[in-house]
Structures are given as structure tokens and as C-alpha cells.
Design a protein around this ligand. Structure first.
Ligand SMILES: [Zn+2]
Length: 375
């Protein structure tokens, strides 16, 4: 077997690949390239250390010469020389390197854990900032933002002006929003002529309901259920919270340097962001939960919300027009069963006092006669 290693000669930039053999305590090194030289190291007088990752190399140093050999190949022949110093060096070095490797792993783990904690702490701090900032933001900003966003949101659907259609929806919203009206929200209902089974709410109280949803609903309690959910998106200020979450790092900075004035501008620049309005699972669940409680407070039946969600869930995927509603409102079995659980605790009752029959008649006339007006 040809045993080789690398020899560094002082003053030379590159290592010389050498084969080695031991003759007594002399390590004879011959360059692998023929005629490139031979060297001799007196092992008894060399410094021996272990090098490389996991002490895989033996490093012998004497004068101008440093030789790197593979430890697996060199250790036994060197130990067989019976040189106590080398023996000790191999043993002692081994422990030192091993423990220093172990030490560096420990430090690396501590460092990684520290980075993780730092990220977590940053997240927690900014999460608190989002919460505090939302609390400090006046509701009038929601209203302003919602009105600006509403303008960008209109995608050409005609707005229905027929009072037989609009009034009942408005009535449901004003009954449901009663507890929040003193808080500065301005609830405004827009009924849009579109086959989509859809409804959404903008910050501050801009509400849009599509005729497709009104036709799909089998009663005013189902519409009330959807509207109660949407009103909760408004009063829980999910839009603002979403934007603040997106801006969390800028906000943390603004709070740190004590400059809140840039925030208002940033917020109002977010109207376009709201066009892609979507809420996370947590916010949807909150809107479900609080929406159901709101129905109860308003003396309206709670079953409609669940009934409507179930209907959407069943039709999910089958009908393309439902997709938009479903993509902004991931209606899942989990949400439905959570609502049902909440309802068994307090089933509730009541009614939705609106003229549903006239609304359906007006809708039934078809969108052509339904007094449309482009906004
Ligand atoms: Zn929702």
C-alpha cells in the first residue's frame, strides 16, 4: 500500500505530495513526482499534533518541515515506536481536539437557539405592537381607509338601487350593527348585481352583498348570518390588523423612533392591498364566533349562518361562482362544527324582521328590470 501525505516546506507555497515510510524513528518522505526530492523527519524530535476535522490527521513538525498524514494510517506505526512522548501526544491531543469539537457543537447549538429566541421575541414584540397600534388607531381611520379601498374594489358590477332589494339588506345591517354605531363606524350597504355568491366588508363599515348571495339564500336568517360575520370583520378591525401585521417591522421602527406620523400615510397607501382582502383562519373563526353572538344579541336566529356555510361547503368546487366567496372565506368542516358546538350551548331563536318576500320578488324580476345604477 502506498502511504501518502502532504509535506509543507517553509518558503514554498504549495505542498509536496509524498509517500512515507518509517525506518526506525525516521520518517522517510519521497515526493510522488519522480526526482522532486526526499526528506527525513526524526520522529523523536518532531512536534506531534492532531489536525483536521475530528482529529483525522497527524501533523508532524520539525524545523522547516510540516508533514500532514492520515491518522488512521500513521497512528499505529507511530505508537509502535514506543516513544512515550509521541504516545502521550497522540492520546492527549486526541482528548483535547475531541473536547474542543464537542465544545464548538455546544456553542453552535446555543447560538442557534439564541437566534431562534431572538426571532420569537421579535415576533412577539411586533405582535404586541400590532395589538397596541390597532387600539390606538381611531376608528375614523378605518372609515377613511374603507372608503378609499371601496373605490379601488369596484370591478364594474352594477350597484342595485331598487329599494325593495337594498332596504331589507340595509335593515339587517343596521339592526346588527346597533351595538357598534356609537363607536364611529359608518355602515353602508352596497348590493351588487352579480351571480357570485359573495359578500365582503371593508374597514369602517363598507359592506358589499352580491345578488347571487341573496338569491342563493333560502331566508333572511341566512343573509343575516353572513352579514353578522362580515360586520365582525369590521368591528374586530381585521383589515387594519392585517395591514399592521404586514407593516409590523416598519411599525416597530416607527414606535422605537417615536414617529407615528408616517403610519397614517402608509395605512392609506394600503387601499390596494385590501383589494386582495383575505383573512387568516384565526380571524375567520373570530368572525364566526362573534358573529353568532351578535345574532343572539340582536334577537335573530343563529341557524342561518350555519345553514348557509353548510350549503357553500357542499357546493364547494362544484360551482365556479362559489369559488370567490370560498377563497376569501375558507368554509371548512372545522368551522361549521365549531359553530354548531357554540349553538348547542345556546340555541337562541327570534326572527329577522324584513320584507323577504318583496326582496325575492324584486330579485326575481331579473337584473334587467331591477333598477340598476352604475356608481
Ligand atoms: Zn370572513
Amino acid at each position: 500500500m502506498n502511504l501518502v501525505g502532504r509535506l509543507f516546506v517553509a518558503g514554498q507555497k504549495e505542498a509536496v505530495l509524498c509517500s512515507w515510510c518509517l525506518q526506525g524513528s525516521h520518517l522517510i518522505l519521497s515526493a510522488v513526482e519522480p526526482g522532486a526530492g526526499t526528506w527525513t523527519l526524526e520522529v523523536a524530535q518532531s512536534d506531534l499534533t492532531l489536525g483536521g476535522f475530528n482529529e483525522a490527521q497527524v501533523v508532524l513538525k520539525q524545523g522547516d518541515l510540516i508533514f500532514y498524514g492520515t491518522r488512521a494510517e500513521m497512528e499505529n506505526p507511530l505508537r509502535l515506536l514506543g516513544l512515550e512522548r509521541i504516545h502521550r501526544a497522540l492520546g492527549k491531543e486526541s482528548t483535547r481536539v475531541r473536547s474542543s469539537v464537542r465544545r464548538s457543537y455546544v456553542w453552535l447549538s446555543i447560538f442557534v437557539a439564541f437566534l431562534g429566541l431572538l426571532g420569537l421575541a421579535g415576533w412577539w414584540v411586533t405582535e404586541r405592537v400590532v395589538h397596541v397600534a390597532t387600539g390606538m388607531t381611531p376608528v375614523s381611520w378605518d372609515v377613511e381607509l374603507g372608503k378609499a379601498a371601496w373605490k379601488t374594489q369596484q370591478m364594474g358590477e352594477s350597484e342595485i338601487k331598487d329599494p325593495a332589494i337594498v332596504k331589507p339588506v340595509q335593515e339587517i345591517v343596521s339592526l346588527l350593527s346597533k351595538p357598534y354605531q356609537s363607536q364611529g363606524y359608518q355602515f353602508e350597504v352596497h348590493v351588487l348585481d352579480s351571480p357570485q355568491v359573495n359578500a365582503f366588508a371593508m374597514p369602517g363599515g363598507q359592506m358589499a352583498v352580491f345578488t347571487g348571495l341573496l338569491k342563493e339564500a333560502e331566508g333572511p336568517d341566512e343573509v343575516a348570518g353572513v352579514l353578522a360575520h362580515e360586520i365582525q370583520h369590521v368591528v374586530q378591525r381585521h383589515g387594519i390588523r392585517n395591514i399592521y401585521s404586514q407593516l409590523r417591522w416598519q411599525m416597530a421602527l416607527a414606535v422605537l423612533v417615536g414617529d407615528g406620523s408616517s403610519l397614517h400615510a402608509q395605512l392609506l397607501g394600503s387601499g390596494a392591498f385590501l383589494a386582495g382582502l383575505s383573512y387568516g383562519r384565526e380571524m375567520e373563526s373570530e368572525a364566526d364566533r362573534e358573529g353568532l353572538a351578535l345574532l343572539e344579541k340582536a334577537g335573530m336566529p343563529k341557524g342561518g349562518m350555519v345553514k348557509f356555510f353548510k350549503k357553500l361547503d357542499k357546493q364547494q368546487g362544484a360551482v365556479e361562482t362559489y369559488l370567490k366567496y370560498l377563497s376569501t372565506h375558507p368554509s371548512s368542516k372545522d368551522r361549521i362544527s365549531a359553530l354548531e358546538q357554540q349553538m348547542t350551548k345556546a340555541p337562541g331563536g327570534g326572527s329577522v324582521p324584513v320584507d323577504w318576500a318583496s326582496l325575492q320578488t324584486a330579485l326575481g324580476k331579473g337584473s334587467k328590470d331591477a333598477g340598476r345604477g352604475r356608481k
